[in-house]
Design a protein around this ligand. Structure first.
Ligand SMILES: Cc1cc2nc3c(=O)[nH]c(=O)nc-3n(C[C@H](O)[C@H](O)[C@H](O)COP(=O)(O)OP(=O)(O)OC[C@H]3O[C@@H](n4cnc5c(N)ncnc54)[C@H](O)[C@@H]3O)c2cc1C
Length: 456
């Protein structure tokens, strides 16, 4: 290792580009290497999902890289979920307790471009068409390949950060050194994206202030707004079975099924057949990897360490929170003459492990909530009571969804408190039909008693 070797980040996706911006902004020498071309200049497929839900943890990551102003220019607020039933009737459910509690729809490609710009402005060196191919941990060297002409490049690193996504090559290189004990549980469900264009007058075809959901029990369709007045809809469906991607493999059978299950959405997609046929079915999985670090040499972050299913809209938010946690741990040791990377990586793993496990589980649970429970009257009563208790006990009784989306309360704590609250809400609503049936003062007393106060 030479003294001058930079921190090398593999992958200039969402987490890699944000971390590069944060570290370079704090005076570190950073070089980032991306397999794809530069999506600010070339037509490059931005990767999975056209748009994403951005929430509090993600904004905090952006704030720490001075990127909020740019992102606010194109982020679209979604104030709640708009449920669509089979008859095309809609029902709006707000996400938050007040007008500030919204989640934001952001375009993945644009966000990635912003983060690359911010990283470059902060002084990070960006390299494109550089696919990490092999790592020599002993000599702290990485080998990159340009897929256009197979030319190779060897780079020295001080430390290597694997931000190269769910199929991480850095992780594979660590596994080759010493087994990580990793598993990936693929869901029996996959996803397919469909574009809902603007209406003929250029206006959005659906309410642009909401995340739209067509919950259908075993499957669902959702749609998030885009700045050009279009929506990106995502169909989540089992791979196999009576109602599945296998059963609706061709566009005409899928269209007949959409006409029964999602008639109002189908009416908004004039080129449904072409899109359905052309767009691929994506896989969804949870990566559980017990070790994210290789001595004082390498660390995995974001999806490379803990890819999750997308049903809480938290994969990117969690990856951004990783970046903040790592930056904080480095800053804590900034006065040290030599940075003890091994200790930083160990602290990062112990701080993030339980939290990433918790969000992985909550993301799986939220699929059932989105596709099934939100339309259930029992859920709606529990939700009304939850909001009432949250109003009466501010900062104490916080709905689990709000803890995950609107605060930085550690995920593991949010899950733990969410469990206590869920049990209490079930107990208080048992046999009840409306909020008037419940003694709200008694409910408040019980909640104050059973749910511990949050540490300030
Ligand atoms: C359908 C769907 C919807 C989602 N919706 C949301 C949402 O609403 N909200 C949310 O927070 N999250 C969402 N997510 C999750 C989110 O997409 C991921 O958590 C996020 O992209 C993780 O960022 P990352 O930088 O770790 O990985 P990635 O975004 O996958 O970036 C990895 C980067 O590494 C590059 N790379 C890969 N291999 C190499 C290599 N060998 N050498 C060099 N470069 C390499 C890739 O080209 C890419 O640029 C969704 C995911 C899916 C699939």
């Amino acid at each position: 290792m030479t003294e001058a070797a930079p921190i090398v980040i593999a992958g200039a996706g969402l987490a890699g580009a944000l971390l590069a911006a944060q570290l370079a902004g704090h005076g570190h020498r950073v070089a980032i290497f991306e397999r794809r071309g530069d999506l600010r200049r070339e037509q490059v497929a931005a990767g999975r999902s056209i748009n994403l839900a951005l929430a509090a943890r993600g904004w905090e990551g952006l704030r720490r890289a001075n990127a909020t102003t740019q992102v606010l220019e194109y982020a679209l607020p979604m104030r709640g979920r708009m449920l669509h039933d089979r008859a095309g009737q809609t029902q709006f459910q707000t996400y938050g307790l007040d007008a500030d509690e919204v989640i934001w729809s952001v375009h993945r490609g644009r966000l990635n471009q912003t983060l690359m710009d911010v990283a470059a402005q902060a002084g990070a060196q960006l390299h494109f068409h550089a696919r990490l191919d092999a790592v020599d941990f002993a000599s702290r060297r990485v080998h990159f390949v340009d897929e256009r002409d197979q030319s190779a490049m060897i780079v020295d690193f001080s430390v290597l950060i694997g931000a190269d996504g769910a199929g991480s090559t850095v992780r594979a290189a660590m596994e080759a050194e010493q087994p990580l004990g990793q598993t990936t549980d693929f869901l029996d469900h996959g996803y397919k994206e469909l574009n809902i264009p603007p209406r003929a007058d250029g206006k959005p075809a659906l309410d642009p202030d909401a995340l739209h959901i067509w919950p259908r029990g075993g499957y669902m369709l959702i749609a998030l707004p885009n700045p050009d007045a279009s929506f990106t809809a995502t169909l989540f469906l089992p791979h196999h079975g009576d109602t599945s991607f296998a059963a609706y493999a061709d566009a005409s059978t899928a269209r007949a099924w959409f006409a029964r299950d999602f008639a109002d959405a189908l009416a908004l997609i004039p080129d449904f057949d072409q899109q359905y046929q052309a767009h691929p079915v994506g896989a969804l999985g949870t990566l559980r990897c017990p070790r994210w670090r290789q001595g004082d040499r390498a660390l995995l972050i974001g999806d490379a360490a803990h890819a999750i299913v997308p049903f809480h809209g938290q994969g990117m938010n969690c990856a951004f929170e990783d970046c903040v946690a790592l930056l904080d741990l480095i800053e804590k040791r900034d006065g040290d003459p030599t940075l003890d990377w091994e200790a930083v990586f160990a602290d990062f793993e112990s701080e993030r492990r339980g939290n990433t496990h918790a969000i992985a589980e909550m993301a799986l649970e939220n699929y059932v909530e989105m596709r099934e429970t939100v339309a259930d009257p029992g859920y709606q009563l529990r939700r009304q009571l939850e909001l009432e208790l949250a109003k009466r006990l501010p900062g104490h009784f916080i709905p689990r969804y709000s803890m995950v989306m609107f605060t930085s309360i550690p995920y593991a704590l949010a899950r733990e408190r969410g469990e206590l609250q869920r049990a209490l809400l079930e107990q208080l609503t048992r046999g009840k039909h409306t909020l008037e049936d419940i003694d709200l003062d008694a409910a408040q007393r019980l909640a104050a008693q059973h749910i511990p106060a949050l540490a300030p």
